[in-house]
Design a protein around this ligand. Structure first.
Ligand SMILES: Cc1cc2nc3c(=O)[nH]c(=O)nc-3n(C[C@H](O)[C@H](O)[C@H](O)COP(=O)(O)OP(=O)(O)OC[C@H]3O[C@@H](n4cnc5c(N)ncnc54)[C@H](O)[C@@H]3O)c2cc1C
Length: 464
């Protein structure tokens, strides 16, 4: 058996693992990273990037269809547009391929040794990797677990044939005529909306009493309206049961009333589970927090020298959280003093319209016993939004009532994901309403609604 030793061994090359390895390499730490599939993990290969590519292609096609139907308010017209999903998927795969090579190149540039194969714990300092050329034993002073997450399967609807997860949905060869989406969270709604725009008849089944339960009703309402405009039927308080006998549809139950949903494909997006089983993690018996690996504010697990980052450590399961943890842990292992000191982790939901949330919502602030004031500004009163047909939505700022410190910002609207960094920066820098109101925002931009929301919070908005 071949053996190598290193200071840092990273397990999994998703956004958490590869960022950790690159940063460690930059700092001169002798680092090895092990990946069983492809560099970039869920995010780059079957998550964030491919889903946003599909969403963009679907939006472009939808606009063309609107123009072809003579409904374009801009006066555009054209003849019957068509889509070749195989070419769309090939374009998406091209982007993924470029990013894969980019990550591999960055690891190399940082002097990180990459090993392809599945890792298995032997003990807290030793891992065996099943590679193409045999088992490679790796001994390390510190190990970072960054093995990510996988889609949750429903016992009565296992992934096979017409029952698919987001991974298969991102590589379909043809647009299904009918699509049932189980789960009204962000992944199901992003993909369901994309397929509706590509021409599928989409039905969403959600067990809770509303979609996007992590956002307040004011934020999810415009998305709900848009789903209706796109012809997507949404059933809440509804349980998906199993496929029909001829497998052409799905049996569901709404408040005890059984009904059938036509479904050439059934997309199951009921959550993701941490990848903590089947690769020897039980050998080192780490403390858990529910299904996830328990960590402290330096991402240390219950075993000395073993760290965990990213989706294996729990919510929010987001790529940028994994990356920030990875960078921090690399610096700790290199001897720097670091701990998790972030005030917020912004979240962007790429539905139509998009939703962004950073920091506290009004309910969260009130629940923490803080007296707040809210400044909210609608895109209907924003000139740039009018010129881009993007008047749905608003920006809302939650600030302390006493000193106007910004606690949270939420927004819904066209491309508001691009404002998420502005919101997070304001919170991290400890901005007050006066700071945002006193910053000149370029005209005409949607970001002016942020300044106006701050002015509204101070009681003197100018354009409403
Ligand atoms: C459809 C979809 C859309 C998403 N959209 C967004 C978005 O817009 N924004 C966002 O922030 N997040 C999004 N996410 C979530 C995001 O992808 C994850 O939060 C992120 O990838 C987590 O990073 P990670 O490094 O923890 O794990 P992962 O990206 O899951 O990477 C883990 C890696 O470890 C490898 N691995 C596992 N076990 C072993 C082993 N034993 N040996 C070797 N390698 C192993 C895996 O092959 C994988 O490459 C989306 C997810 C999905 C599914």
């Amino acid at each position: 058996m071949k053996e190598i030793s290193c200071k840092l061994l990273v397990l999994g090359a998703g956004p958490g693992g590869y960022v950790c390895a690159i940063r460690a390499g930059q700092l001169g730490v002798n680092t090895v990273i092990v990946e069983k599939e492809k560099a970039g993990g869920t995010c780059l290969n079957v998550g964030c990037i491919p889903s946003k590519a599909l969403i963009h292609a679907a939006e472009e096609f939808h606009k063309l269809r609107a123009a072809a139907s003579g409904r374009s308010p801009l006066g555009l017209s054209l003849d019957a547009p068509a889509i070749d999903l195989k070419r769309t998927v090939a374009w998406k795969d091209g982007i993924v391929g470029r990013l894969n090579s980019g990550v591999t190149g960055l690891l190399k540039k940082a002097g990180v040794k990459a090993v392809l194969g599945e890792a298995r714990f032997v003990d807290g300092k030793t891992v065996d990797v099943e590679t193409e050329t045999g088992v490679q034993r790796i001994r390390a002073e510190a190990i970072v677990i960054a093995t990510g997450s996988a889609p949750v399967e429903l016992p009565d609807l296992p992934f096979a044939d017409s029952v698919i997860s987001s991974t298969e949905a991102l590589s379909l060869k043809e647009v299904p005529q009918t699509l049932a989406v189980i789960g009204g969270g962000y992944i199901g709604l992003e993909l369901g909306t994309a397929f509706a725009k590509l021409g599928s008849k989409v039905t969403v089944l959600e067990a809770m009493d509303r979609i996007l339960p992590q956002y307040d009703a004011e934020l999810s309402r415009p998305v709900m309206k848009r789903l209706g405009d796109l012809g997507i039927e949404v059933f809440t308080r509804t349980a998906a049961k199993r496929l029909t006998a001829d497998r052409s549809g799905l049996l569901a139950e709404e408040n005890g009333r059984p009904f059938e949903v036509p479904a050439e494909k059934v997309l199951v997006t009921v959550g993701r589970r941490p990848v903590v089983e089947g690769w020897g993690l039980e050998e080192i018996d780490l403390d858990r927090s529910g299904r996830f690996i328990r960590i402290d504010d330096q991402c240390r697990t219950s075993m000395r020298g073993v760290y965990a980052i990213g989706d294996v450590t729990g919510e929010p399961m987001l790529a940028h959280r994994a990356m920030a943890q990875g960078e921090m842990v690399a610096e700790i292992i290199a001897g720097q003093k670091r701990s998790w000191d972030k005030r917020c982790i912004p979240a962007a939901c790429f539905t139509d319209p998009e939703i962004v949330s950073a920091g506290h919502s009004p309910e969260e602030a009130r629940a923490a016993g803080i007296e707040i004031r809210i400044g909210q500004f609608p895109f209907q009163a924003n000139g740039r939004a009018m010129t881009t047909l993007a008047e749905d939505g608003f920006i809302r700022i939650v600030a302390r009532a006493d000193n106007h410190l910004v606690l949270g910002v939420q927004a819904i609207g066209h491309h508001v994901s691009e404002l998420s960094a502005t919101f997070a920066l304001a919170i991290e820098m400890g901005a007050r309403l006066e700071d945002i109101a006193g910053t000149i925002h370029a005209h005409p931009t949607q970001s002016e609604a942020f300044q106006e929301a701050a002015l509204k919070g101070l009681g003197h908005a100018l354009h409403i």
